[in-house]
Design a protein around this ligand. Structure first.
Ligand code: GUN
Length: 174
């Protein structure tokens, strides 16, 4: 049982193993450790989501700002986290045509200029076309909507990363 594995971990091992379930924000795992015992993976994920939902708006923005751009500079330079690399690869973002690459870079920077946060969308649930469509649609929203939508996407990413950690490898679900 996966929840039992989690319940047995020391704080240090817990944060080491689960520190990146939200990109570069080990504080989420650190906070959720106090909520043991967990009875299921869903229960653990719920505790992480509750913590995230309870953050003030600047905390939510801070979480989102820790995500790299999809198909951005870090990706091109091979400097993404292992988690993000796998996700972006599964969405086909390492196989973009030059035109798609330019398109997504332009939209990403327009999005960031408008909202002050990166465009976050669960890459493993969206192929490159859906990502481009999502950028085009979401860029029309308000800042408040985008913080909320980005956070909802971060929770989906978190769930899939959590499943990976406990199964020991990334599962390709698309
Ligand atoms: N969706 C899944 N992974 C990522 C990521 O690393 N960055 C962004 N922006 N969205 C994602």
């Amino acid at each position: 049982r996966h929840a039992e594995v989690l319940n047995k971990l020391s704080f240090e091992d817990f944060v080491e193993k689960l520190g990146n379930i939200v990109e570069k924000s080990p504080m989420v795992a650190a906070a959720v450790w106090s909520k043991r015992q967990f009875y299921s993976l869903k229960g653990f994920h719920k505790a992480a989501c509750d913590f995230i939902d309870g953050l003030p708006i600047n905390g939510k923005e801070g979480l989102l700002r820790c995500f790299p751009d999809l198909a951005g500079t870090l990706a091109r330079e091979g400097r993404l986290s292992a988690d993000s690399t796998g996700e972006q690869r599964s969405a086909g973002l390492f196989d973009l045509t030059t035109e798609e690459q330019t398109n997504i870079a332009r939209l990403n920077s327009r999005y960031k200029r408008k909202f002050g946060i990166p465009f976050v969308l669960c890459a493993r649930l969206n192929k490159k076309d859906a990502i481009l469509r999502g950028l085009n649609i979401r860029i029309k929203n308000s800042k408040e909507q985008e913080v909320e939508t980005g956070i909802e996407e971060a929770k989906k990413i978190c769930w899939l990363r959590l499943v990976d950690v406990l199964q020991g490898e990334q599962v390709n679900i698309m």
